[in-house]
Ligand binder design. Structure first.
Ligand code: C5P
Length: 244
C-alpha cells in the first residue's frame, strides 16, 4: 500500500540526457512519486513532450525553470508555464518583489482561465553554488549568505509567493522566520546509504521532514540506485512515523 501522505511530499528530479530515459523513470516510479521535476536540461531538450507524458500518469509536474526577467516578461512566461500543465514552478527571488508578484499574477490568471488547481510558485533564494566569497567579492553583497537567504524568503512571502526552495541547512530558520505555512522544498537529500555526489549541504529524508520540509527532492539517490523501487521503499520506511 502506498502512503499518499508520503507520496505527495516526494519530488523526483528527472535530470537525464534523453527523453526515453525520463519516460522510463516516470513509468517505473509514478506509483511512488507525487511530483516530477523537469529542469532546464530536459526542458530545453524536449520541451512539452515530457510534460504531457507526466500528466498522462496523473502525477504533478514541477517546472524548475528559475525565471528571472522584467516583471512583464515573467508574468507572461508564468502564465504559459501554468497553461502548459505545470502545477508548480520557481523564480529567482533576486528578480525583486515586483517580479515575484508578476509571476504569481500570471500563474493565477492561467489557473483560472484553464481551470487548474491552485499553482504553487516558489522562490529560489541564493543558489547553493554561490558561497560567501562569491557573494561578497563577485556580487558585491556585504550580507552573510544565511541572512540574505532569509531576507529574500521574506520578500517572496511579501510578494505572495507560496514558498521557497532551500537547503536543509536553512530549513529551520526559514520555518521559524516565515511560519509553518510557508512551503519549503528541499533538495540535497541523501539517505544514509547513498552516495553524497557533489552535494555539500545534505540531509537525510527523515531529518529534512523532521526539520519541516514540505517537499523533498530526490535525485541521484534514486535514479542511480541499482534497484530504484527498493530505494524508494526504504525512503518510505524511513519517513513513516515522522510526525509533521
Ligand atoms: O541528484 P541530486 O539529489 O543531487 O539532485 C538534486 C536536484 O535538486 C537537482 O535537480 C538540482 O538541480 C536541484 N537543486 C539542488 N540544489 C539547489 C536547487 C536545486 O540540488 N539549491
Amino acid at each position: 500500500m502506498i502512503n499518499e501522505e508520503i507520496k505527495k511530499r516526494l519530488v523526483l528530479a528527472l535530470d537525464v540526457e534523453e527523453l526515453d530515459e525520463a519516460k522510463k523513470l516516470v513509468d517505473e516510479l509514478s506509483p511512488y512519486i507525487g511530483t516530477f521535476k523537469v529542469g532546464l536540461q530536459l526542458f530545453c531538450g524536449y520541451g512539452l513532450e515530457i510534460v504531457n507524458y507526466i500528466k498522462e500518469k496523473n502525477a504533478d509536474f514541477f517546472l524548475d525553470v528559475k525565471l528571472h526577467d522584467i516583471p512583464n516578461t515573467v508574468e507572461k512566461a508564468s502564465y504559459n508555464v501554468i497553461k502548459n500543465g505545470a502545477n508548480f514552478f520557481n523564480v529567482h527571488a533576486t528578480g525583486g518583489i515586483e517580479m515575484m508578484k508578476a509571476a504569481k499574477k500570471g500563474a493565477m490568471q492561467a489557473a483560472e482561465k484553464y481551470n487548474r488547481k491552485k499553482p504553487l510558485v516558489l522562490a529560489v533564494t541564493v543558489l547553493t553554488s554561490i558561497n560567501q566569497e562569491t557573494l561578497t567579492n563577485e556580487l558585491s553583497n556585504s550580507k552573510n549568505v544565511e541572512d540574505f537567504v532569509i531576507q529574500l524568503a521574506k520578500n517572496a512571502k511579501l510578494a505572495g509567493l507560496d514558498g521557497v526552495v532551500a537547503s536543509a541547512r536553512e530549513l529551520k530558520a526559514i520555518k521559524k522566520e516565515l511560519g509553518n505555512d510557508f512551503i519549503v522544498l528541499t533538495p540535497g537529500i541523501r539517505p544514509s546509504w547513498s552516495a553524497k555526489d557533489d552535494q555539500a549541504r545534505i540531509a537525510t529524508p527523515k531529518s529534512a521532514i523532521e526539520d519541516g520540509a514540505d517537499y523533498i527532492v530526490l535525485g541521484r539517490a534514486i535514479t542511480k540506485a541499482e534497484n530504484k523501487i527498493e530505494a524508494i521503499k526504504k525512503i518510505y520506511e524511513e519517513i513513516q512515523g515522522v510526525n509533521k
